[in-house]
Design a protein around this ligand. Structure first.
Ligand code: CAA
Length: 381
């Protein structure tokens, strides 16, 4: 595998870098302090075509390849990991399920708005009692005439409260346990009986909304069923197979930013009469960090290139997500160490990288679940 990008992909990288430096960087501190959702940036990203990068032009997207989309998340996350996950969830698991599993009417109704950034997408799988064991979800969707009545609750919903459409997973057949009785629905934000609950106060990723949802006798027309009844769990898993590449790219962005800051600081900071970069304890640490970041980059872009070439991504996505998220955490911890006492203060961004990195090892499947997925592929493919 070689990491050569096309001219179009390099143009995407430059555009997102410029946007991140000029428009996002000046706002990051305020996003961080106020934990404020960056709605105006989503609008700008929509204008730049970033909210529908891999969506075909016939549905209002930019019609670019999947690798270009991964480049965008990677570059954005170097400056704001919060914006990186907003884009990843919106596209990979908020829009793609409609593109891959929706009927023509659903695609025409929702995708152009999602691709333009007029609508924001979210994905509602996790429940208080169903996290890693997603197939044990209890939210019920009972068929009554031409509607489904949803009752239940969801937790840790990224983009929740800000999103216009939610891909919601609920049990249509209570007789069937586990994955089989689950179906997927497109639920619009203003649907009666659909309530946005508590907003989580998180360790990091300030600016990215994470909320609880409740469905109380929430009536959804049967035309909102995505795919067929009982296909919901497969829809969730298939989209996570792709979504996890986005989280790998977000992790890579955090890791690269932490490395860049650590290298620059080590070159400036002098102790014992010379820059600390020239102390072997620090320079070897930087060498290890750089090597792991490079390996994370290869795994992430390898998984992206599989998707770009319409090849199966499940194993590669889990490997990339697992390795890149571990690298983000490790690199951020080491960056704080290189900064010493200053790294522990909010005067420098490395403490934010440290806090932002942790969740990449948890969401879109914990790294323990990624081990499970990878080993399943090894043993059964
Ligand atoms: N693609 C298509 N179908 C799949 C699939 C895939 N990748 N993986 C499994 N399936 C199908 C199986 O074929 C099986 O169907 P059949 O019985 O017809 O063969 C069915 O789904 C059940 O499969 P398993 O028996 O493997 O399912 P399981 O109960 O053992 O669960 C799991 C597998 C991998 C542990 C899964 O539950 C999982 O991924 N858990 C983690 C949940 C997760 O990632 N949540 C993320 C929430 S979203 C989020 O975090 C977004 C955010 O905020 C950033």
């Amino acid at each position: 595998m070689n990491l050569h990008f096309t001219e179009e992909q390099e143009m995407m990288r430059k555009m997102v870098r410029d946007f991140a430096q000029n428009e996002v960087a000046p706002e990051v501190e305020r996003m961080e302090e106020e934990d404020r959702f960056p709605r105006e940036m989503i609008t700008k990203m929509g204008e730049l075509g970033l909210m529908g990068i891999p969506i075909p032009e016939e549905y209002g997207g930019a019609g670019m390849d999947f690798t270009s989309y991964i480049i965008a998340i990677h570059e954005l996350s170097k400056v704001s990991a919060a914006l990186g996950v907003i884009l990843s969830v919106h596209t990979s698991v908020g829009t793609n399920p409609i593109l891959y599993f929706g009927n023509e009417e659903q695609k025409k109704k929702y995708i152009p708005k999602l691709a333009a950034g007029e609508y924001l997408g979210a994905f509602a799988l996790t429940e208080p009692g169903a996290g890693s064991d997603a197939a044990s979800l209890k939210t019920r969707a009972e068929k009554r005439g031409d509607t489904y009545v949803l009752n239940g609750s969801k937790v840790f919903i990224t983009n929740g409260g800000e999103a216009d459409t939610y891909i919601v997973f609920a049990r249509t057949n209570p007789e069937e346990k586990g994955a089989k009785g689950v179906s997927a629905f497109i639920v619009e934000k203003d649907t009666r009986g659909f309530e946005i609950g508590k907003k989580e106060k998180k360790m990091g990723l300030n600016g990215s909304n994470t909320v609880q949802l409740t469905f109380d006798q929430c009536e959804v027309h049967e035309s909102q069923l995505l795919g067929k009844e009982g296909e919901g769990f497969k829809i969730a898993m298939a989209n996570l197979d792709v979504g996890r590449i986005g989280i790998a790219a977000q992790s890579l962005g955090i890791a690269e930013a932490a490395l860049e800051h650590a290298v620059n600081y080590a070159k400036e900071r002098e102790q014992f009469g010379k820059p600390i970069a020239h102390q072997q304890g620090v320079s070897f640490k930087l060498a290890d960090m750089a090597t792991e970041v490079e390996a994370a980059k290869l795994l992430t872009y390898h998984a992206a290139s599989l998707k770009t070439n319409d090849l199966p991504t499940g194993k590669a996505a889990s490997m990339a997500k697992m390795f890149a998220s571990k690298t983000a955490m490790k690199t951020a911890i080491e960056a704080v160490q290189v900064y010493g006492g200053y790294g522990y203060t909010k005067d420098y961004p490395v403490e934010r990288f440290f806090r932002d990195a942790k969740v990449t090892e948890i969401y879109e499947g914990t790294n323990e679940i990624q081990h499970h997925v990878i080993s399943k592929h090894l043993l059964h493919d």
